[in-house]
Ligand binder design. Structure first.
Ligand code: MG
Length: 203
């Protein structure tokens, strides 16, 4: 499996990091080794002094496909959750400033935390879901899928022109505003429509 990630998919977050609002989706990947195993803590990596959390809606692919049209894209996923795209912001800045790929700052081991998946039901509208991240009881990020610049179905159409999507792949769909620094001994909780799906301890 692979983890496809979208950058700058919420205008308010693009602004907070002084990035332009993109006219095409910004795509990067995390390898399978980036998955944080369930119930395991994230150990603060030694190569960064500014680890950030980015809470995102995560979509699970249930069908293989290439050149998928947006109108058929909904057939290619069947479950959603919330995740955290952990980012070594200092390293990312250094790489970006040098015009280099930012992989090392985003694709390192345990950088992709994913909660329990919720099967999509006909009553659920993927473009109308609220998700939140809190730390030690305080809400840090509050996102709504209707605020995405590129919808999930348009992302699938775009990505699948270049990369075959396979059963079990995950798509991290971008983070809303409110990203910030992680501290050792933080506990993060992610919710979808008020239901707790994700818990991550930092050590
Ligand atoms: Mg992100």
């Amino acid at each position: 499996m692979k983890i496809i990630c979208i950058g700058r998919n919420y205008a308010d977050h693009a602004k907070e990091l002084n990035n332009d609002v993109p006219t095409q989706p910004v795509i990067f990947m995390k390898p399978k080794s980036a998955l944080l195993l369930p119930k395991k803590p994230l150990y603060y990596p030694e190569f960064t002094d500014n680890l950030h959390y980015e809470c995102e809606l995560v979509v699970k692919i249930c069908k293989n496909g290439k050149y998928i049209q947006e109108k058929f894209a909904h057939k290619y996923y069947n479950a959603v959750s919330v995740g955290i795209d952990f980012t070594a912001r200092d390293l990312q800045k250094k790489l970006k400033d040098q015009g280099l790929p930012w992989e090392l700052s985003k694709a390192f081991d345990a950088s992709a935390a994913v909660g329990k998946f919720k099967e999509l039901t006909p009553e659920m509208d993927i473009n109308n879901l609220k998700f939140e991240l809190s730390r030690n009881g305080e809400v840090l990020q509050s996102g709504h899928t209707k605020d995405m610049i590129f919808s999930i179905n348009s992302i699938i159409e775009y990505v699948s022109q270049y990369i075959t999507i396979n059963i079990g792949d995950l798509i991290f769909t971008g983070t809303p505003a409110g990203v910030g620094a992680v501290n050792v001994y933080d506990t993060f909780i992610g919710t979808l429509e008020g239901e707790e799906l994700l818990k991550v301890d930092i050590r």
